[in-house]
Design a protein around this ligand. Sequence first.
Ligand code: DGL
Length: 288
Amino acid sequence: MTDGSPANTSAFPAGIDLRLPIGVFDSGVGGLTVLRALRERLPDERFLYLGDTARLPYGTKSGDSVLRYSIQAAQFLVQRGIKYLVIACNTASSVAVEALRQRFAPIPVIGVIEPGAVAGCASSRSGQIGVIATEGTVQGGAYQQAIGRIRPEFAVVAEPCSLFVSLAEEGWTDGPIVEAIVHRYLDPMFAAHPQLDTLLLGCTHFPLLLEALRAAVDPRVAIVDSAATTAEALAADLARRKLGAPGKFEPAISLMATDGPQRFARVGSRFLGRPVDARQVELVDLVR
Ligand code: DGL
């Protein structure tokens, strides 16, 4: 596996409707940064996005709870009809990829961790990569393991940066408070590990803080995230499995949330990079 796409190639029964959407889920709005990259890379595909806003955040929950939530989210999308499943949440990807692959086969499942690890390994020259993520993702060790599978000789330093999630949702992406918090998390990491030359953003929210992060670290440190590499891996796997859309269909994106369509639309607009109309966000219930 070199591009982060799934190794499992179990086939759909013949006759799968290629116009079916690609299902994407996240704990809330964060995965919209991933959806944005998917849509840019695959403009002819339809996407069905589910944000589990009722149970956000996943990053501070136990692995067992996140796995249970992920199964429910995936089940919901599969029942709606999808041809592929993208786990657009790092925390959910860190615990659920294999379980969802087994449970929902032959629907292919991709998470953001493997593609993120591929991006991090491609960027590093020193062989020392810093990963910042939620507490759950760091403690689960999924990035450390994924990087270790690609480059066993690389060293990984992983640091939970929980407050970054709140800052991104609040829209606080610059200014003295943000700078102070960014330095508080990153300075000790880089002081203790001066050879780090790559900072991997292992959380959907962190790309919104890119400028503040960039300003806080040495200019020689590359900052990479998994959204673009996930989109590349998905595109490659769709082609390999011959699951690409035969043409363009409307609407290209359908959005669903388990709580607060208004807040989802307001906060989500920043993550998706374009206005989201709350009336077009369907309120759904995963636990009935
Ligand atoms: N989407 C989550 C992730 O990428 C961040 C938000 C949360 O903790 O639910 O890990």
